[in-house]
Design a binder for this molecule. Structure first.
Ligand code: SAH
Length: 393
């Protein structure tokens, strides 16, 4: 191979033997050759054995592994790896399925491509790079996507806010291929307007697909409150499931506008739904209505370990407020998407809130992320979405 070499300190190859996809900067003994941020490097053990090939980056995670074999990271590599991801989405009945025109095609480490997210919205793919190496590779990635994904016409690059700030890349969001303003996609046959340019993250929270479907199952005849609703994903499934009334709340006025558009797209002239552009905590405080079904899907309360304690307090308080608004024999769907909050910690926060409510509460389901957000078995950090469905007597 021709790539610069990263030589590890003695014993530091251990995680690589267990296929962990990151090398931390402290594990590096020496670098041979000139390396720039984002370059492909070879990783060698102290005994000079080639262990892996990956993207180099300045920071705590110094190398993100692309392959544990001695291979070139060329056009073929991108085609093969993205093809494998696509094949999996076909196996999952997502790709090339008329009822699901939106899904996640590349989920970072879960698809052996650390630092890369690709979501599909009908004829448009949205690429989100989290590493400098992926930023440098964006054109070959876009070309591979067009070659592989059936019916794909546009590739939008949206990485301004996800790339490391210190790398000074001056990256701009924009189309790498084609052009399309926004689009209507299908999920479980339901219609959703997705605005990838102005919307949050890549445009839509495809990770809640299966949890929304479960909610639909419980919605019939119930009054429902969807807090942190974004563009109304859970609300639309609730209406489809026969909810008697649905209130959607989000602090973003734009998200609430799109929620109303989504309701109109699927259920024109339906009077069961009402949307509120308001703070969720304030809404709970001021409302004196109770609901049979409540959804809590807040943004990540903790992005760094040092605010973990506050985040757990946040989950406890929010859930405690929700328990006060649940009618007898009501159901609560409660989530955390903070990667650094573990399943056990989240459960403890909800448990504490439950005890405070003094009500009899049972766990009906324990939820996670769907299979198009796969978790690399050697990289448990990839499990980020946690949810509980509770029966509140
Ligand atoms: N459940 C949604 C995704 C929620 S993402 C879905 O299925 O698509 C989290 C949402 O919380 C975002 O839309 C964000 O605008 C909103 N948000 C953040 N802080 C909020 C607050 N204090 N009150 C209400 N909404 C808030």
């Amino acid at each position: 191979m021709i790539y610069p070499k990263i030589i590890l300190k003695k014993g530091k190859e251990e995680p690589l033997l267990r296929f962990h996809p990151w090398i931390f900067s402290g594990a590096i003994f020496r670098i041979e050759g000139t390396v720039h941020e984002g370059d492909i490097v070879e990783v060698h053990s102290a005994n000079n054995e080639l262990m892996a090939v990956g993207h180099y980056q300045i920071g705590s995670i110094a190398v993100r592994i692309l392959s544990f074999s001695n291979i070139a990271i060329d056009d073929n590599f991108w085609m093969n790896t993205i093809q494998q991801a696509y094949t999996l989405r076909k196996t999952l009945h997502l790709a090339e399925n008329e009822l699901f025109t939106t899904y996640r095609l590349i989920h970072g480490e879960g698809d052996h491509l650390p630092g890369l997210i690709v979501d599909i919205y009908g004829e448009t793919a949205v690429i989100q790079a989290h590493s400098v190496g992926m930023h440098h590779s964006r054109v070959v990635i876009a070309n591979s996507l067009i070659n592989i994904v059936k019916g794909l016409k546009n590739v939008y690059y949206k990485s301004e806010v996800t790339l490391p700030f210190k790398a000074n890349l001056a990256a701009e969001d924009g189309y790498l291929i084609g052009n399309a303003e926004k689009g209507i996609v299908k999920e479980s046959g339901l219609l959703f307007l997705v605005d990838w340019i102005h919307g949050q993250k890549t445009g839509f929270f495809v990770d809640q697909r299966e949890n929304r479907k479960l909610l639909q199952y419980y919605a019939n005849g119930r009054t429902m409150l969807n807090l942190f609703g974004y563009t109304g994903g859970f609300s639309i499934y609730g209406l489809q499931g026969g909810a008697a009334l649905v209130h959607s709340v989000d602090s973003s006025a734009r998200a609430i506008e799109v929620t109303n558009e989504n309701v109109a797209l699927n259920f024109p002239n339906d009077t069961r739904h009402q949307a509120f552009a308001e703070d969720a905590f304030k809404f709970l405080n001021q409302s004196n209505t109770t609901y049979d079904l409540i959804i809590l899907d807040p943004p990540a309360f903790a992005k760094h370990k040092n605010v973990l304690h506050n985040a757990l307090q946040g989950y406890r308080k929010l859930n405690a407020q929700a328990f006060e608004k649940i009618a007898p024999n009501g159901i609560l769907f409660t989530f955390s998407c903070s990667q650094i909050v573990s399943k056990e910690q989240f459960r403890l926060a909800v448990f504490t809130a439950a005890a405070q409510s003094g009500r009899r509460i049972r766990i009906l389901h324990q939820l996670s992320q769907p299979a198009d957000h796969p978790i690399n078995i050697y990289h448990v950090e990839g499990e980020y979405l946690k949810g509980l469905v509770l029966y509140v007597e």
